[in-house]
Design a protein around this ligand. Structure first.
Ligand code: ZN
Length: 162
């Protein structure tokens, strides 16, 4: 296992769309293990995208068990995730990002989503998520598409953030 460096959002790899994972090799499994270790080491991360550790691949790890009410949610590996459906109902909630260390801002997200992804065993999963978990998934899938939560802020919020 190895802790990986977390890239700052100004790095170009965080502004480009990641590549699909075609095959879950031992290298991919190792990367997933390292991503979990890297996230746990931050003590505050609940999700991490592969491009945040400099790997241009469509992989996300999520662990929300520290969040009140979500203690029973198993840690997740999302490979090639696609959000198939966004609810029209939206909500604001404060977000932070391991690649933007000092900024916490209210971001508007869909309250419910339907997401499709491949798990670490190669099984294609479709599931619905709501509330905080849906928010984390939207935040992380954004990363895979080269978007940070800063990009989602209104011009007014961006000016405040500066
Ligand atoms: Zn982030």
């Amino acid at each position: 296992m190895a802790k990986l460096p977390i890239y700052n959002s100004f790095h170009p790899i965080l502004k480009q769309k990641t590549d699909r994972v075609e095959k879950i090799t031992d290298d991919i499994k190792q990367l997933v293990t390292d991503m979990f270790e890297t996230m746990y080491d931050t003590k505050r991360g609940v999700g991490l995208a592969a491009n945040q550790v400099g790997k241009n691949l469509s992989i996300v790890v999520i662990d929300v068990r520290e969040v009140k009410g979500l203690e029973d949610t198993a840690p997740m590996v999302l490979i090639n995730p696609i959000i198939k459906k966004y609810s029209e109902e939206k909500e604001f909630c404060e977000e932070g990002c391991l690649s933007i260390p000092v900024l916490y801002e209210e971001v508007e997200r869909s309250s419910e989503i339907t997401i499709e992804y491949t798990d670490i065993n190669g099984t294609i999963i479709t599931r619905e998520a709501s509330g905080f978990l849906a928010r984390v998934m939207q935040h992380e899938v954004d990363h895979l598409n080269g978007i940070t939560f800063y990009d989602r802020l209104s011009a007014f919020r961006k000016s405040l953030a500066k």
